[in-house]
Design a binder for this molecule. Structure first.
Ligand SMILES: C[S@@+](CC[C@H](N)C(=O)[O-])C[C@H]1O[C@@H](n2cnc3c(N)ncnc32)[C@H](O)[C@@H]1O
Length: 229
């Protein structure tokens, strides 16, 4: 947060998002991860889609996708919500699944289309009507890490409208307490295993698979990963 504060150039507040992220977001004069200036740091993933793609696309997702596909059958319809540049879609497509992506960043959506050849819906998962189509599984791989604690339950419940009868959900979040804001302006919200299990139970989901592991990008981050039914 200090780094973010040091870089702000005006007091123009992006109130609704700031409220949502529980941080103060101002017009950023100097971006800390590239050379763009004067643009609001409200969506890291839009401004830095190439950087994010280069940092994450090469990661082998087998260890977190295999526990999900153990509970699916070839041809099943999957929706990867917050799909980034398509790494997981590509892997799942290669394993015989029929995958659609969902992404808010236009830049990442375009990269995901280019790399996977799959349909990528552009939208905001907080407002999109997921009840229009039912999927055999929905992936939320790191996609909810920026959702403040007070909103996670409703956002999660909203996205579940897209899960068909007997459908599965893959969800991963970072372990810890409280929240942090990184040098690049992204706010992260941390969770304990028991809090998440309580939340899943409220939505009548049981845990089929659980894995706790170190991030492949940042060794100090611990990911809690669940397959739910
Ligand atoms: C931490 S990244 C995870 C990306 C990918 N699932 C992965 O594992 O690399 C979060 C992703 O969710 C997307 N995202 C965040 N908020 C979103 C929203 N409200 N609607 C749609 N996508 C969103 C971001 O653009 C980004 O691609």
């Amino acid at each position: 947060m200090d780094l973010l504060k040091n870089r702000v150039g005006s007091t123009t507040s992006y109130t609704s998002l700031a409220n949502d992220l529980q941080v103060s977001v101002h017009t950023v004069k100097y971006c800390s991860v590239c050379t763009h200036q004067g643009a609001p740091m409200v969506d890291y993933y839009q401004y830095h889609h190439t950087t994010y793609h280069e940092k994450t696309f090469h990661i082998d997702p087998s260890s977190f996708l295999e526990p999900l596909i153990r509970h699916l059958k070839p041809g099943d319809k999957l929706l990867d919500v917050g799909c980034g540049s398509g790494r997981d879609i590509l892997w799942l497509k290669g394993h015989g699944f029929n995958v659609t992506g969902f992404e808010r960043s236009k830049g990442l959506a375009a990269l995901a289309r280019k790399h996977t050849g799959c349909e990528i819906i552009e939208g905001d998962f907080q407002t999109y009507d997921f009840s229009k189509q039912k999927f055999d599984a929905i992936l939320l791989s790191g996609s909810l890490v920026h959702i403040p604690h007070a909103h996670l339950e409703s956002v999660f419940g909203h996205i579940l409208d897209g899960v068909g009868n007997g459908g599965k959900v893959l969800v991963s979040l970072k372990e810890g307490d409280g929240s942090s804001v990184g040098e690049d302006g992204r706010a992260f919200f941390y969770w304990q295993d028991t809090e998440l299990r309580n939340l899943f139970a409220k939505h009548i989901f049981r845990v089929l698979e659980f894995h706790k592991g170190t991030s492949k990008v940042n060794k100090s981050d611990i990911w809690l990963s669940y397959v739910l039914a």
